[in-house]
Design a protein around this ligand. Structure first.
Ligand code: PLP
Length: 439
């Protein structure tokens, strides 16, 4: 580094980094979430973490899975431990078609690309469609990992509102009309129709056709992200957007929430015309998805009662959802509101006026409870009065205790607000943008 080349740290980089002047411009938006910054503290056993979206795997049949993995290596190790096709193994793609048929999707296995989790699908879809400055429309709030991918490709996100029935079609129409007027290049609508992360709401079936029609009218694709679709607490399964509009919907699926997140197996079902570009993008990212993991998933599907296992997951999460809703009813002070999910992992809460959930987070962690503050779920700094609670992982008793602790932190915060007005956000180490939310 020369004297006449002074380096100014970019947002999100520390000035201790000797490579500062080498990073690509797109890395400026890549920053860790405040939850990541607090992770070391939040993951201490005495802290009840309602922050992360880690699936609860305790009910998996570990012994029989272990036998099966050993059999796979013995019987077909030379295939399982070898490179495979970028497309994914054919048997698994056939099985994925059967799974998607539960949501009314009729797909050809050739149009499926197996990915390293649906997070990779998000990355690939953004990579093939978005140039810097292009616009992605997304619900507000939206999944942090998706916002991270959009930012990484320098796409701009415009949020559209949801209510308790999911994305509001009229706000989508308005946003698209405005974007057209401003000559913005909108590439796609990114939507999580079922058991939304983080909002906990589901898109009403009556709205689905209208949303597809608006997107067609404005010539934009729909990216339907559906990792929680089979986790309805009453066994209800909603028709996928993709089921009625195969040429205009890219569908993202995953085994992370219905089987095992650590195997990192997901998929993209693309319109036929897009499939080739996706395979090329997948090839350049990873050459191929892990063969062993795909075979593990495929064997599991063909030899285990996977539908019964999903039922187990539903019951497990329903019990936790009941615990969190009861605790919220019992402990939260007046002035708060929250969504009432009927599937998935998350409750979205709105705090009384003047409370800043990011500023409150260190105080909550000190009181041994963690949550994900709202601003990370928006690309535009909105969400300071909101937070996400995940009920998927802790036991019902711990969830109840966590909510009790949070309520007393909130009471103290509201006292401060009443005395001093709005509580000034305190800077905590780590900036605000999203990161994958396994914390
Ligand atoms: C809405 C949404 N999409 C995608 C993902 C990524 O899942 P995967 O583990 O398949 O990469 C998650 C994970 O939490 C999610 O909530």
């Amino acid at each position: 580094m020369t004297e006449n080349h002074p380096v100014k740290p970019r947002a999100g980089h520390t000035n201790l980094d000797p490579h500062l002047d080498r990073y690509a411009a797109r890395t400026a938006g890549m920053t860790a979430s405040e939850i990541r910054a607090l992770f070391a503290v939040a993951s201490r056993p005495e802290v009840v973490s309602l922050a992360g979206g880690m699936p609860n795997l305790a009910a998996l049949p570990l012994n029989s899975l272990s036998t099966q993995v050993s059999e796979i290596i013995t019987e077909e190790g030379l295939v399982a431990l070898q490179y495979g096709s970028a497309h994914g193994i054919p048997t698994l793609r056939d099985q994925i078609c059967e799974i998607m048929a539960l949501e009314g999707i009729s797909a050809h296995p050739d149009d499926i690309v197996v990915t390293v989790g649906s997070q990779m699908g998000l990355d690939m879809v953004t990579r093939i469609f978005c140039d810097p400055g292009d616009v992605v429309i997304a619900e507000g709030p939206s999944y942090v990992g998706a916002l991270g991918s959009f930012t990484a490709y320098q796409a701009k996100v415009i949020h559209v509102a949801m209510d308790e029935h999911g994305l509001v079609p009229e706000t989508l129409r308005e946003a698209l009309a405005q974007a057209k007027k401003n000559k913005l290049r909108v590439k796609f609508l990114y939507t999580i129709p079922n058991f939304h992360n983080p909002a906990g709401v589901t898109l009403a079936v009556e709205r689905r056709a209208e949303i597809l029609e608006i997107c067609r009218e404005y010539g934009i694709l729909v990216v339907e992200d559906n990792p929680y679709g089979l986790l309805g607490f009453n066994g209800q399964v909603y028709p996928a957007l993709r089921s009625t509009d195969p040429d205009n919907v890219v569908y993202l699926g995953s085994f992370s929430k219905t089987f095992a997140s650590g195997l990192r197996v997901g998929w993209v079902l693309a319109p036929h015309a897009v499939r080739e570009k996706l395979v090329l993008a997948a090839e350049s990212a990873t050459l191929c998805p892990p063969t062993l993991n795909q075979i593990i998933v495929s064997r599991y599907l063909s030899t285990h009662d996977w539908k019964g296992q999903i039922k187990n997951f539903q019951e497990n999460y329903r019990e936790r959802r009941d615990a969190i809703l009861n605790a919220l009813d019992n402990y939260m002070p007046p002035g708060c509101s929250w969504t009432k999910p009927d599937g998935g992992f998350y409750v979205w809460m709105t705090m009384p006026e003047g409370v800043d959930t990011k500023a409150m987070l260190p105080r909550a962690v000190t009181a041994r409870v963690a949550y994900a503050s709202g601003t990370g779920f928006y690309a535009d700094g909105f969400g300071s009065r909101q937070l996400r609670l995940s009920y998927c992982y802790p036991t019902p008793e711990r969830i109840t205790e966590g909510v009790r602790r949070l309520a007393s932190v909130l009471e103290a915060e509201m006292d401060l607000v009443r005395t001093f007005g709005s509580v000034t956000p305190r800077s905590i180490s780590g900036p605000e943008s999203p990161s994958p939310d396994t914390a």
